[in-house]
Structure formats: C-alpha cells, structure tokens
Design a protein around this ligand. Structure first.
Ligand code: ZN
Ligand code: ZN
Length: 116
C-alpha cells in the first residue's frame, strides 16, 4: 500500500438512468493504478454529488485507527457484520467490511480491498 503522499486520484463521472456514477482511480506516483472505487448517486440529489466530490478533493487515505475526518472525534475501524471466517476464511463480510467511524457513522470512500 503506497503512502498517502504518493497517491494521485483521478475521477470520472458518468450519467446513466438518472444515476451519477463516480469512478475514482488511485494511482501511485509511478502512474500505476492500484485501486478503484465506484460510487453511484441519484442525479436528483445533486447536492450530495457536489458534497461527495468536495469531500474527495480533501480525501486522505484513511486506515484503521485514523481519526475520523468528519467528526474529528471517533477513530476509523473496519465494521464486520456476520463474519463467517470460522467456515471459510476470509469471508466476504471481512473482505468487504467498510472502514467506518463508530462515533458519527462516516464511511471511508476509499476501499482498499476493491480490486481493479
Ligand atoms: Zn466520525
Ligand atoms: Zn470474516
């Protein structure tokens, strides 16, 4: 995982069926694509789209234990629900667990497990 300062973010927005799809590409400073994120928002909620983009501008790569950028109180942690690792590890609940703030519910928009 490259460190925060080595990361370049590129974004692509597309509109289809009233849904704005925002694709985010994360590049290392060598120009190597190492992760993507896809977020879909309703065009009716233009405010949310604008807020999302504004937030991404100041996006830093959050990791577990980082201070929540939203409330500045809680710590970010992976929230795993219905883990079934005892049956077949790693389970999808663990792999797809969102990085979330327990204090305000803010969810990191960066998904390190989301492969290209
Ligand atoms: Zn928070
Ligand atoms: Zn699990």
């Amino acid at each position: 995982m490259p460190s925060e300062k080595d990361i370049t973010i590129k974004r692509e927005c597309s509109l289809k069926d009233e849904i704005v799809e925002i694709k985010t590409y994360y590049y290392t400073k060598n120009g190597e694509l190492f992760a993507t994120g896809i977020h879909a928002l309703s065009i009716e909620n233009a405010k949310a789209v604008a807020e999302f983009v504004a937030k991404q501008e100041k996006l830093t790569i959050l990791e577990e234990g980082h201070r929540c950028p939203e409330c500045n109180v809680g710590l970010m942690e992976y929230v795993v629900e219905n883990c079934s690792c005892h049956i077949s590890p790693p389970c999808s609940a663990c792999v797809e667990a969102p990085l979330e703030c327990r204090n305000c519910g803010y969810e990191s928009m960066y998904y390190p497990n989301e492969d290209v």
